[in-house]
Design a protein around this ligand. Structure first.
Ligand code: GCW
Length: 661
């Protein structure tokens, strides 16, 4: 029988150690609980495949080996402990999700080659909320989707089938506990997800998720009172609007008792919001928070609010400032079931941006981090770009929001300020392609985000190796090589695209491929300000003042071009091409060098992939091989276009006299 979709990292392979019989015992947990039931199913499947064993349930006294799932209230919420011996693997947890994660952890260890007698781990999630955000539209298209169409929505109908179940399994296996199924741009049929037209199917989907310990969330149209209710306004302080929402949310929870809550994109890129009525973002979020509170739901409110109709001649308005300007002064006013979701950078998921100063800038507000594993600006899942190193940099960033416990990881986990609503969300990179992520290697980002959100202490390399071991069966030298390819890929992509933190020099709309001036004169607030003398945006105290949004320690560094890290220097400063970077190179020479290097290194990793021919299944090999061919064409084009542009602008020769067109 031929598979209809890939099993990703859960495609278990037989290990060397054969075991005839294994018994599964559930102790202290209700065996019939939906999550425990899923866990037992997973164990049966995995142990059967990995050991070729006959797996049975019950008291395994007669069997030589047992896997025990044991309840113990001493274990942390959603955490687990694993210990094993010659006769058993013991998985201890205090709640069902913890038990399921413990089961998947044991399976992961076995899949990574750990002997069944040597399993031990103690884990507790770093973040309470670990979420995936789908930008799936109900017609089946996916905004910024690079792996086919939606597997949730086809022709404005909701699909729940075996693939949905597998999807939930994959997500639970990496610790995800919340999923937003529809695009934050809620229009057309999606506005009706909170009506009878879709309740039955959304409920079915929420049950499939619940079997795997996952809550379903919906993106909400803030103008629903107008579009669904026929009201004339959606002012969050208007009595009739509030009453409409009260009735609506009551109806929603009657029909969807498992719903986690709503995600809202308001006053952003044409979406309706409280600003229309002269209200604040807090007014909008709190109104919905209050209405949903009786049902235990939460409101996740996005901070991606900025003026998207800027004039390029306007040097005062700075898109990077917008999030902080709109939200910081309302710190402390958000109600306790409201959580602000903040993109990692102040612009929009560029290959290199500073960390949003709003993260940790807010000290009295629930907040969570939003990253994007859909590779909108990072190569469309054609180019290899393993993003976990970028996410690690974000999490490790020291905000100076307080003396200790002040990194982004501390802030978004809730540790820094004692929030119980906190966490990480990723704009997901999946679609209905056979392999889910377009490029087989892009699954490393899907896997990696989940693992990192559960345990922010894991290194990029550990995560890469786990994923490789679970996905392929490679000799250690080849695993080393593939790990190295993944770990270098982000920097390589950065080198052949936009230099020194400037970002944006992409083809407008689609965002794949170079167009140095593509966004330079448009309304989106995305400028590099290059002229014949220099390049970069002055965001210092003498420019837009963005650097001053950071706590003093960081503000001082960013404000000074001599202290600012090279990789962000053009984000914060307008500098002459002849400016000497900390590396000792001039700006222009850095541009030339990194572009030639980036293309050369892309060729290197593409050539490395060819060494794996015959060592991995040919469909995987061919899929990635073809993508590398496209990546090389892309890298070449970036290199040539960017170098020619700046050679022509500056008139300065490459010191190494390489070919610039
Ligand atoms: O970067 C922009 C994307 C939009 C997206 C928006 C957002 C969903 O280009 O496609 O809309 O970000 O994050 O809301």
């Amino acid at each position: 029988e031929s598979a209809k979709w890939s099993q990703l990292w859960l495609d278990y392979k037989k290990c060397k150690d054969s075991v005839e019989k294994i018994a599964i015992e559930v102790l202290g947990f209700d065996r019939a609980h939906r999550v425990i039931d899923s866990g037992v199913k997973e164990l049966k499947l995995a142990l059967g495949r990995i050991f070729g064993a006959e797996v049975s349930e019950g008291n395994g006294a007669a069997d030589p080996f047992a896997v025990k799932i044991v309840k113990d209230s001493a274990v942390a919420k959603e955490g687990y402990e694993l210990v094993s011996s010659a006769s058993e693997i013991r998985i201890t947890a205090s709640d069902e999700n913890g038990a399921l994660y413990g089961i998947f952890a044991a399976i992961r260890k076995l899949s990574c080659g750990v002997a069944k007698e040597e399993i031990s781990e103690k884990a507790a999630p770093s973040n309470p909320l670990r979420m995936m955000n789908h930008w799936d539209n109900m017609d089946g298209s996916i905004e910024r989707g690079y792996s086919g169409n939606s597997f949730f929505f086809v022709d404005n109908e909701i699909v729940v089938d075996e693939r949905t179940v597998d999807y939930a399994r994959f997500m639970a296996s990496i610790g995800i506990n919340g999923i937003v199924i529809n695009n934050v741009n809620v229009k057309d049929a999606a506005s009706y997800l909170i009506t009878d037209r879709y309740f039955a199917k959304v409920k079915e989907l929420s049950e499939v998720f619940a079997d795997y310990g996952i809550r379903l969330y919906l993106s909400l149209n803030f103008a629903s009172p107008i579009e669904l209710g026929g009201l004339e306004l959606c002012d969050p302080l208007d009595e009739s609007v509030i009453n409409w929402w009260k009735d609506k949310v009551k109806e929603v929870y009657d029909k969807l008792p498992l719903l986690g809550g709503f995600l809202v994109k308001a006053d952003s890129e044409g979406r309706p919001g409280p600003f229309t009525y002269g209200r604040t973002q807090a007014d909008g979020a709190n109104m919905l928070g209050d209405v949903i509170k009786p049902y235990g739901g939460i409101i996740i409110w996005r901070c991606f609010v900025y003026n998207c109709t800027q004039d390029w001649r306007d040097y005062k308005t700075d898109r990077a400032r917008a999030g902080y300007d709109y939200f910081k002064n309302l710190d402390g006013q958000y109600h306790d079931n409201v959580i602000l979701q903040i993109k990692n950078g102040p612009m929009d998921f560029q290959i290199r941006e500073p960390i949003s100063p709003l993260l940790g800038g807010l000290t009295k507000t629930n907040q969570m981090l939003e990253v994007q594993i859909a590779q909108e600006y990072t190569g469309h899942q054609i180019d290899l770009c393993y993003l976990v190193p970028m996410f690690k940099e974000v999490l490790d960033f020291k905000t100076y929001c307080q003396k200790d416990n002040d990194t982004i990881a501390d802030v978004v986990s809730g540790r820094a300020f004692g929030n119980s609503l906190a966490g990480m969300a990723a704009v997901i990179n999946t679609g209905n392609d056979f392999n889910w992520t377009g490029n087989y290697l892009a699954a490393a980002n899907l896997y990696g985000f989940g693992r990192l959100s559960y345990n922010t202490e894991l290194s990029s390399e550990e995560i890469a190796r786990e994923w490789i071991k679970m996905t392929f069966s490679l000799e250690i030298v080849d695993e080393d090589m593939l790990t190295d390819m993944l770990l270098r890929s982000r920097e390589i992509y950065e080198k052949y695209t936009s230099p020194l933190g400037i970002g944006w020099m992409v083809t407008p709309n689609g965002h794949y491929g170079p167009s140095v001036d593509g966004y330079e004169y448009s309304r989106w607030g995305t400028y590099h300000r290059a002229d014949h003398l220099g390049i970069g945006v002055d965001r210092t105290d003498k420019g837009t003042g963005y650097a001053q949004q950071y706590y003093k320690e960081n503000a001082e560094v960013y404000n000074d071009p001599k202290k600012c890290p090279d990789n962000l220097v053009l984000f914060f400063h307008h500098l002459p091409y002849t400016w000497k970077l900390q590396s000792g190179k001039t700006v222009i020479q850095h541009i030339y060098d990194t572009h030639f290097e980036g293309y050369a290194e892309a060729k290197e990793i593409a050539a490395n992939w060819e060494k794996l021919e015959g060592k991995i299944p040919s469909d995987m090999y061919n899929n990635v091989h073809h993508r590398f061919e496209m990546q090389l064409a892309n890298a070449r084009e970036w290199c040539d276009q960017v170098n020619s542009y700046f050679y022509r602008k500056s008139g300065i020769e490459d010191e190494l006299h390489r070919e610039i067109y």
